[in-house]
Ligand binder design. Structure first.
Ligand code: FES
Length: 99
């Protein structure tokens, strides 16, 4: 076993689960939202925020679902066009961690 410190200050998981015939985040556009958030985190946030695709987060009817750590929060009922609002919220959360 080996332990290592994370290089990022925050980690965001975006559900990309696809469920045939049932409500799921993938069908609501989570792939596009994830791609855009990953690009932003890499290019504009100096990798202080890391964004990952995840499996089902157990909030399918409230998707697109995201989780955010170390805040231990769900971000729910997001849509692809909520990108700017999500980025703003994550940036504010990061600033709070630094103060
Ligand atoms: S499919 Fe996204 S939370 Fe379950």
């Amino acid at each position: 076993m080996k332990e290592e410190n994370l290089s990022s200050k925050m980690e965001v998981f975006v559900c990309n689960h696809k469920r045939d015939g049932d409500e799921c985040c993938f069908d609501k556009g989570s792939k596009e939202l994830t791609d855009n958030l990953k690009k932003w985190a890499k290019e504009d946030m100096n990798r202080e925020i890391k964004v990952f695709r995840s499996g089902c987060l157990g909030k399918c009817s409230e998707g697109i679902a995201l989780t955010c750590f170390p805040q231990n929060k769900y971000i729910l009922e997001t849509k692809v066009n909520d990108l700017e609002e999500i980025k703003k919220g994550l940036k504010e959360a990061l600033q709070k961690l630094k103060t």
